[in-house]
Design a protein around this ligand. Sequence first.
Ligand SMILES: Cc1cc2nc3c(=O)[nH]c(=O)nc-3n(C[C@H](O)[C@H](O)[C@H](O)COP(=O)(O)OP(=O)(O)OC[C@H]3O[C@@H](n4cnc5c(N)ncnc54)[C@H](O)[C@@H]3O)c2cc1C
Length: 390
Amino acid sequence: MSSIDALRFEPPPPFPEGEALRGDVRAFLAEHLPRRSIKEGVGIWGGYDREFSRKMGARGWIAMTWPRRYGGHERNALERYVVLEEMLAAGAPVGGHWIADRQSGPLILRVGTEAQKRDILPRIAAGEIGFCIGMSEPDSGSDLASVRTRAAAVEGKSGGGFLINGTKLWTSNAHRADYMILLARTGEAGEQRHGGLTQFLVDLKNTKDISIRPVHNLAGDHHFNEVVFQETFLPAHTVLGEVGRGWQQVTSELALERSGPERFLSVFTLLVELARALGPDPSERARIAMGRIVAHIYTLRRLSRSVAGMLQAGTNPAQQAALVKDLGTTLEQEIPEIARLLVDEEPDRGSASNYAAVLALSMMNAPSFTLRGGTREILRGIIARGLGLR
Ligand SMILES: Cc1cc2nc3c(=O)[nH]c(=O)nc-3n(C[C@H](O)[C@H](O)[C@H](O)COP(=O)(O)OP(=O)(O)OC[C@H]3O[C@@H](n4cnc5c(N)ncnc54)[C@H](O)[C@@H]3O)c2cc1C
């Protein structure tokens, strides 16, 4: 494959049948969202609402592409895309199942044991349980291969297991999640820098010796956490996939994390409020600015749907996913800045004006858009490698 082919985007497959589904999702949202605050929808893929997740599970809108025998619905990636974009555009509280549906469940489906699949996947599909991602550490973010959390094999205790010691950081929703997929070091890296890593399926509600402490973000909210493992015993059956193959598993998980519509719709509710604030007869400057934003979103949507089509076709579009995330998050960061220049209203989170409140939250969350899920510099390195430039 020539280097330019690594960044090829096939036109997104036409999908007119998706429009009926879109109508169903909108009707569902009209019924279940009206009493919610618009502020919830900003930045982190909506609020965390177990009841709402259960309702989505009951409609068959979680685990849409998974096999029926594990609670899935055997629908295609483009149908799933329709549900995701409608939920995000409406600012729906999808945080309770987002990570499990997007990456933890698909990873378990791919590398989990039959017992893990049967135990966990149907509960994700029903919207009953949430997951968090235990990758980053105080000194390991971009350079994930340097994680220091240690998993030491121990004998005894009905089949043996591992003693975990270390600290995870920036763990989104660890304080609410039922499970964490933990990345830990089980062996020496050896000649392969990425060797010696293993993933574990950690039952956060029923495992002793784990402490979860809040880390407040710039907006003053408790979203992420520090999670400390101190002599924490994990039975052998909690190993997810193969011992020593954690790096390969993590990197395939990241491709799923990077290409979806959540990478350009985080502040879509602000765009809607901006259009409302500008009114029916905006200035020429405002029209040009809005036209530019909408044209960018339209293009990003095509790119992102193209990636969904590639996932549906069974390829691993890691480079394309990195490109969508880089372009999408750059736009997401620009939207609050453009809004500020167009409407003469101060950002104020406590304001009765939806525009002022959503603008404030968008501005405070925006710096994180180009960090979470891989920083801009790291993504550009991946794209450059795909183009054969490094
Ligand atoms: C809102 C939010 C939610 C998050 N949720 C989670 C979560 O649930 N679970 C989890 O595990 N992590 C989570 N993270 C952590 C996130 O993945 C890391 O912040 C990210 O990977 C960067 O790591 P770091 O913060 O350690 O920064 P560093 O890796 O220390 O990077 C600092 C700066 O140096 C640059 N840099 C680093 N290496 C290179 C290089 N080789 N070349 C060029 N520049 C480089 C980076 O781009 C960045 O600008 C979350 C982060 C945010 C903001």
